[in-house]
Write a protein that binds this ligand. Structure first.
Ligand SMILES: NC(=O)c1ccc[n+]([C@@H]2O[C@H](COP(=O)([O-])OP(=O)(O)OC[C@H]3O[C@@H](n4cnc5c(N)ncnc54)[C@H](OP(=O)(O)O)[C@@H]3O)[C@@H](O)[C@H]2O)c1
Length: 252
């Protein structure tokens, strides 16, 4: 059964990805939705009319969740046509001055879980399948006050580029999306909204448009998608400017 697996499907971008996948990947017959809040996943499942939906209430910061996913994959042997590594978190604050748990949650979810979920899913993907990795404009340059977050997203972009090459002969593509700020739970949970002058002045992206643009880019097999001309320009500037200089202006 042609299956889409979406992590972080209980809120924000994850819900938008599921909604837009209905039209951009109409061949998908089954959705596996992953996040901790099962009720929210079931609410989304009810909206995916005509599709089989599996809701998996998993805490991806807990490595035992990888065993649960591995077992489900072994039992069902799905034909994964779309994997969206979307679950992520980001906290504002200097290393050593904010709770250790915030820093390690970002590395566990944004790096370890994304790596584990992809590793488990790749054997169930064949020619034409698509991987989407949700990175960020934070991946373009280290962002002081969000040092760990920006480092995890630099990993996501590098991982996406690397795995895309590894999977070339298999006919599977990986697309990394690098959105700017979006008004989702993310910026509230991460103590960002109202605490960062940078976030106050940066142009916001619309999660629905970002999800739609990302899936169209994935469908076309593109390596990267950066929404908004402003952030495309920022990406260019970050590429041509020495990082030692960029980082001086990239405080959050
Ligand atoms: N919002 C922004 O400004 C922004 C900008 C650039 C990139 N991004 C990236 O976009 C992606 C989606 O973020 P969003 O803005 O849509 O944020 P969001 O609304 O906070 O959604 C995050 C999703 O991840 C899930 N999640 C969090 N911790 C989890 C865990 N331990 N195990 C399993 N699932 C977990 C959440 O579900 P549960 O709480 O139910 O587990 C939720 O579904 C993230 O990778 C983020 O880094 C966001």
């Amino acid at each position: 059964m042609k299956t889409a697996i979406i992590t972080g499907a209980s809120a924000g971008m994850g819900q938008e990805f599921a909604r837009h996948a209905l039209t951009i990947f109409p061949e998908i017959e089954c959705f596996w939705l992953i996040a901790r809040r099962e009720g929210r996943l079931e609410e989304l499942a009810a909206k995916l009319e005509g599709k089989k939906v599996v809701c998996m209430a998993l805490d991806l910061c807990d490595e035992t969740s990888f065993d649960v996913l591995a077992e489900k994959l072994r039992d069902d042997k799905p034909e994964i046509t779309l994997l969206i590594n979307n679950a992520g978190c980001g906290y504002l604050g200097n290393v050593g001055e904010t709770p250790l748990d915030w820093q390690t949650r970002m590395t566990k979810l944004n790096v370890t879980a994304l790596t584990a979920v992809t590793s488990l899913c790749v054997p169930y993907m064949s020619r034409g399948a698509r991987i989407v990795n949700v990175s960020s404009i934070a991946s373009f340059c280290p962002n002081p006050r969000m040092t760990v977050y920006s480092s995890t997203k630099a990993y996501v972009s590098a991982f996406s580029r690397g795995i895309r090459e590894e999977l070339r002969d298999k006919g599977v593509t990986a697309t990394a999306v690098c959105p700017g700020p979006m008004d989702t739970e993310f910026i509230h949970l991460g103590q960002i909204k109202g605490h960062s002058k940078t976030f106050d002045i940066m142009p916001y992206c619309d999660p629905s448009s970002v999800a739609e643009g990302t899936l169209l880019s994935a469908r076309a097999g593109r390596a990267f998608y950066t929404p908004k001309a402003f952030y495309k320009f920022y990406r260019f500037v970050a590429k041509v400017t020495p990082q030692a200089l960029m980082v001086k202006f990239a405080w959050t």
